[in-house]
Design a protein around this ligand. Structure first.
Ligand code: I3S
Length: 129
């Protein structure tokens, strides 16, 4: 994975295209808006760049694309989303300590399983920072 402009010296652990929507922001419910995002896990941060999926990846290393938003995973929680959260298959629910909730989805179950593992590991590794 390329590094992000924000943390050029930190190599990213994982990257790929995922479908993402916020459902809560700062504790308030927001309307779902599923978008395909280039997603990068770097340290305890998860970065999303809106765009046309994989073709965005190369730009991430240069200064051409800024992440659309960044999530701090420290103190967060990750779990499989219950059926009432989405009708889609393979949906992860991610809650941050700041009160933002995201749904993350991929049609490919090996892809989403890898992300589930990576996010769970990251949250437990950085739990006490
Ligand atoms: O949880 P909801 O409200 O059923 O979520 C669906 C809606 O956000 C829908 O858009 P609008 O009703 O705003 O037009 C989306 O197109 C759906 O994808 C959402 O549901 P899923 O089950 O796909 O997360």
């Amino acid at each position: 994975c390329p590094s992000s402009p924000k943390h050029p010296s930190t190599p990213s652990e994982k990257c790929g295209v995922l479908n993402v929507t916020k459902i809560t922001e700062n504790g308030k419910k927001v309307r779902k808006n599923w978008t395909s995002s280039w997603t990068v896990l770097q340290g305890s941060s998860l970065l999303f760049a809106k765009g046309q999926g994989a073709s965005t990846s190369w730009k991430f290393g240069s200064n051409q694309s800024k992440p659309e938003f960044t999530v701090d995973l420290r103190g967060g929680a990750v779990d499989w989303a219950s059926k009432d959260k989405s009708s889609k298959k393979h949906v992860i629910e991610l809650k941050t300590r700041q009160g933002t909730e995201l749904l993350i989805q991929s049609e490919i179950d090996s892809v989403i399983n890898d992300w589930y593992r990576a996010l769970t590991e990251t949250i437990s590794t950085h739990a006490w920072e």
